[in-house]
Ligand binder design. Structure first.
Ligand code: GDP
Length: 298
C-alpha cells in the first residue's frame, strides 16, 4: 500500500514504542500511563490530544476492569480513533464545479500539492485551471507554471507584484468561459503579516463569491508534516485568518512526526484530506483516519 509506504518512518517509530509499552510492562499503573503519555507526546500526537486520549483510556480500563497492559492496546487504538472522528471527510470538489483556494506558508509544499491535485483531477477527466495568485514571489508563478505543464492543465498568472485579486478575477472569468470543473488558486502565504493576508484572502473570496456564486468552495491549508507541532500552530493561525475546509499534510515520507495528523484533526476539528508522501506527481494520497491509525499500530 502506498499510504503505508509513505508512512514508514512514523510507523516504525510508533510500532517499536507500542511494542515496548504493551509487552514491556506487566502492570497498568502510574508508571505505565506516564510512559505511554511520553510516547504519545514524543510521537507528535500533541499534549492536549494525548491528555484526552489517556483520560478516555483510563476510564475504559476501569470500566472494563482490564488488568494487563497487552489487553488495553485495542482500547488505546479505539481512543485515538475517537479523538480523530470528526465525520467523513468530503471530497465534493472533485465532483462539482469548484473553486479551491490553497493557503500555506512558503516551502511547505503548496505548489507541489497543487500540481499533484491538478494531475489527480485530470486523471478523472476533469477540466482544471490553475491561478497563480501568489504574485509576491517572483518564482512562485514560474514554479506553478512548471507544475501546470507537468500535469497538462492551463494556468492564469499575473505580473510580479500585481494585485492577486485581479489574477483571481481573470482566472474565474477564464474558468467560466472555458467550462472548467475545478479552479485551483495558489495564494501567498505571508503568515507573518496576518492583517494583510486576511485582507488579501477576503478580497479573493469576495471576487469568487461575486463572480462565481454557483461554484462549490473549498479552502485547503498545506502544512509541512516534518515540522511537527509547528504545523499544528500554523493550522491554528491560518484558521484565525480564514475559514478552512481541509488540511493537506506534506512530506510525511521523510519524517517520524506523522502523529501530528492526529493532533491537527482532533484539536482543530478540520479534516486532513490529503497527505503528501513524496516529491513525484503521484505522491498524494487521500487521508483516511482509520487506515492511518491502523498503520501506526499494526
Ligand atoms: P511551496 O513553497 O509551499 O510552494 O513549496 P514547494 O511546492 O515548492 O515544495 C517545497 C519542497 O518540498 C520541494 O522541494 C518539494 O519537492 C518538496 N515536497 C513537497 N511535497 C513533498 C512531499 O510530500 N514529500 C517530500 N519528500 N517532499 C515534498
Amino acid at each position: 500500500k502506498r499510504l503505508l509506504a509513505g508512512l514508514t518512518k512514523t510507523r516504525d517509530n510508533f510500532v517499536k514504542n507500542m511494542d515496548y509499552i504493551f509487552r514491556g510492562f506487566t502492570n497498568i499503573d502510574d508508571e505505565f500511563y506516564e510512559e505511554l503519555e511520553e510516547i504519545l507526546i514524543m510521537g507528535d500526537i500533541g499534549v492536549t490530544t494525548t491528555e484526552n486520549i489517556l483520560e478516555d483510556l483510563k476510564r475504559k480500563v476501569k470500566e472494563q476492569k482490564i488488568k494487563e497492559p497487552a489487553e488495553c492496546k485495542e482500547l488505546l487504538i479505539e481512543s485515538i480513533r475517537q479523538q480523530m472522528d470528526i465525520g467523513e471527510a468530503a471530497y465534493e470538489f472533485e465532483n462539482r464545479t469548484s473553486v479551491v483556494l490553497v493557503v500555506g506558508v512558503n516551502g511547505v509544499g503548496k505548489t507541489t500539492t497543487i500540481g499533484k491535485l491538478a494531475a489527480k483531477l485530470r486523471a478523472q477527466n476533469k477540466k482544471v485551471l490553475l491561478a497563480a495568485a501568489d504574485t509576491f514571489r517572483a518564482a512562485a508563478g514560474q514554479q506553478l507554471k512548471e507544475w501546470a505543464n507537468r500535469s497538462q492543465v492551463d494556468m492564469i498568472g499575473g505580473q510580479e507584484g500585481s494585485d492577486p485579486a485581479s489574477v483571481v478575477y481573470d482566472a474565474v472569468s477564464a474558468a467560466k468561459a472555458r467550462g472548467c470543473d475545478v479552479l485551483l488558486i495558489d495564494t501567498a502565504g505571508r503568515l507573518h503579516n496576518k492583517k494583510n493576508l486576511m485582507e488579501e484572502l477576503r478580497k479573493i473570496n469576495n471576487i469568487v463569491d461575486r463572480e462565481f456564486p454557483e461554484a462549490y468552495r473549498e479552502t485547503l491549508v498545506v502544512l509541512d508534516g516534518t515540522t511537527g507541532q509547528n504545523a499544528l500552530n500554523q493550522a491554528k493561525e491560518f484558521s484565525e485568518v480564514t475559514d478552512l475546509s481541509g488540511i493537506v499534510l506534506t512530506k510525511l515520507d521523510g519524517t517520524a512526526k506523522g502523529g501530528i495528523a492526529v493532533a491537527i484533526q482532533a484539536e482543530l476539528g478540520i479534516p486532513v484530506k490529503y497527505i503528501g508522501v513524496g516529491e513525484s506527481i503521484e505522491d498524494l494520497e487521500k487521508f483516511n483516519a482509520e487506515e492511518f491509525v491502523n498503520a501506526l499500530f499494526y
